[in-house]
Design a protein around this ligand. Sequence first.
Ligand code: ADP
Ligand code: TRP
Length: 321
Amino acid sequence: MRLLTGIQSTGVPHLGNILGAIRPMIERSRPAGVEAFAFIADLHSLTALRDAHTRLHNTRAVAAAWLACGFDTSRHVFYRQSRVPQVCELMWYLACLAPYPMLANAHSFKDKSARLAEVNAGLFTYPVLMAADILLFDAEKVPVGKDQIQHLEITRDLAHTFNRLYEPLFVVPAAEVDAQVKVIPGTDGQKMSKSYNNTINIFLEEKALRKSVMSIITDSTPLELPKNPDTCTVFKLFALVAPEEETQELRSRYLAGGFGYGQAKNLLFEKLLDTFREERRRFSELMAHPEELDRALAQGEEKARQLADDKLRRIRECLGF
Ligand code: ADP
Ligand code: TRP
């Protein structure tokens, strides 16, 4: 079974990315017989991010997050998309098979098309590059969030079209949306997302991490009164990382009253430090030694390029190049 997923390097991974994407993919990659491809979609990030230094920093941070969370690069394939430029060649072939309306109707483009002057062509062809990422490596399952389902439909569509017109070279992949993975709330209670400026970055140094936990918005129930854990973001985040027993204990404290949000935030802060102690240590070590990151990536990139070359040779033949 071949799994493949990518994360854009438009930001430093936050708790939502880690609990919603990185950890679930790592869990899925553990069983014997699974071959996992995890990559940093740095080419995709160019549709939204122009600054080179920020991109380089984010690319390293995404790579460091995967490694710090335990992605096994000795067994699986780990790479930067930009180091496998073969995806760009395949993208062109697929772009020539993609009907204009299919891309014009993609949510990711449509959402932004109200301000067309700000839209670049890369954003329009974004799903085609994503299809190339997936089809180049014969991925069977693609773990993604719900917002990416339409991109997978486009990928499947392009695979079917190629297979019908030429030869059945492409595996038709399936999106894998994990129903168990919850939407992680951000500091303002909405979905945690870099676009909402409400993220918690668990790799921050302690003082800054404490500050971001303290910034979680809570209601104004007075300290002495009972509080509703189920509507409280601090409680929800605690429940996502703490063992069941500790969560129940915290629930009772909320319900009993005489327990303030400041105390709850302190408990959450300590829990985050405790839960991600090893990941935090490893992350700073890797960020301080980018050469170690580069080494881990170079190995995967070599393998990915080889596989990509083999596949492209067959694709070019089919197309008469
Ligand atoms: P952002 O919303 O911060 O821009 P991305 O869209 O780059 O994040 O998401 C990268 C991956 O992380 C996707 O697989 C997405 O489903 C997952 N993810 C992002 N935010 C959350 C969240 N709040 N809860 C669960 N998963 C999330
Ligand atoms: N578009 C995806 C996102 O924003 C990232 C991505 C790029 C991707 N290429 C991919 C995900 C291929 C899965 C497979 O989350």
